[in-house]
Design a protein around this ligand. Structure first.
Ligand SMILES: Nc1ncnc2c1ncn2[C@@H]1O[C@H](COP(=O)(O)OP(=O)(O)OP(=O)(O)O)[C@@H](O)[C@H]1O
Length: 247
């Protein structure tokens, strides 16, 4: 019996006189991987903004582990375990790889960052950071300056930063965007190995077919369908939403 970790119910958002997200309802079960797809402008990032709290919903609710978090600020949601990456990189380019992760671990542990202390003195945060880097395959790059990493490795670092906060749910917004074709399989492998509850916006069909338990299709701000990848691929209304574009 699987339990619901994240639930959105009737979630809506109006902005600039338009309804951007319209009455979206679905549940995500513990350990489930849900891919979110849809044509450009369908409202995928806006949906993530509502779930993570970057935008306040105009209507509906977001529930995490049974708690209504709809009115909570993003930081509070993050502390509850909603971890999110953004389309643009949130890495501190001038810090080392491990410093980026250690800071996230320390902030999550609530330790005040005493800047006069040596950075490495928080042994617990450092241990968490090392383990997170191990998980994403960046352990041997720990002492490098984050800004010098390749695009693909920066994405892995962003995921390590999230892991350092031990999130209940991970929201990944187009993690493959801007990657060369050669970097996609390695990042796919890292994401697959996370073994967490994950919601991911993704355009690469082969990636989400590989990873997703279910695929949610957004269209004009509404949830058009949510089902297994096989059923979604065979759904004529989904094909119509893409105006004949191959899925
Ligand atoms: N703050 C805002 N005010 C007004 N309109 C907005 C705002 N943010 C987004 N939109 C509009 O809402 C629609 C959905 O945008 P959103 O970025 O959520 O779509 P998306 O599915 O993530 O698209 P893409 O795949 O291109 O990233 C777009 O038409 C966008 O222009």
């Amino acid at each position: 019996m699987t339990s619901t970790v994240l639930a959105v119910d009737g979630l809506s958002w109006n902005a600039g006189g338009a309804r951007i997200v319209s009455d979206v309802t679905f549940d995500v079960a513990e350990g489930e991987f849900v891919a979110v797809i849809g044509p450009n402008g369908a409202g995928k990032t806006s949906l993530f903004n509502l779930i993570s709290g970057v935008q306040r919903a105009s209507g509906g609710t977001v529930t995490l582990d049974g708690a209504d978090i709809t009115r909570e600020a993003p930081q509070r949601r993050a502390r509850r375990g909603l971890g999110r990456t953004f389309q643009t990189s949130s890495v501190f380019a001038s810090l080392t790889v491990i410093e980026n992760v250690r800071l996230a671990a320390a902030a999550h542990r609530g330790s005040c960052l005493r800047l006069w202390r040596r950075a490495s003195s928080d042994a617990a945060a450092l241990a968490v950071a090392s383990e997170a880097l191990e998980r994403v395959g960046l352990a041997d790059r720990a002492r490098e300056i984050a800004g010098s990493l390749s695009h693909g490795d920066k994405r892995k670092l962003e995921i390590a930063i999230l892991l350092a906060t031990d999130p209940r749910v991970i929201l990944l917004d187009e993690p493959m965007a801007g990657l060369g074709a050669g970097d996609v399989p390695a990042l796919t492998q890292v994401i697959r190995s996370l073994d967490r509850t994950i919601l991911m916006v993704e355009h690469h069909m082969h990636v989400l077919l590989d990873l997703a338990d279910r695929v949610a299709v957004m269209h004009h701000g509404a949830l058009l369908a949510i089902d297994t990848p096989e059923k979604i691929m065979a759904d004529p209304t989904v094909r119509d939403a893409y105006l004949g574009e191959p899925l």
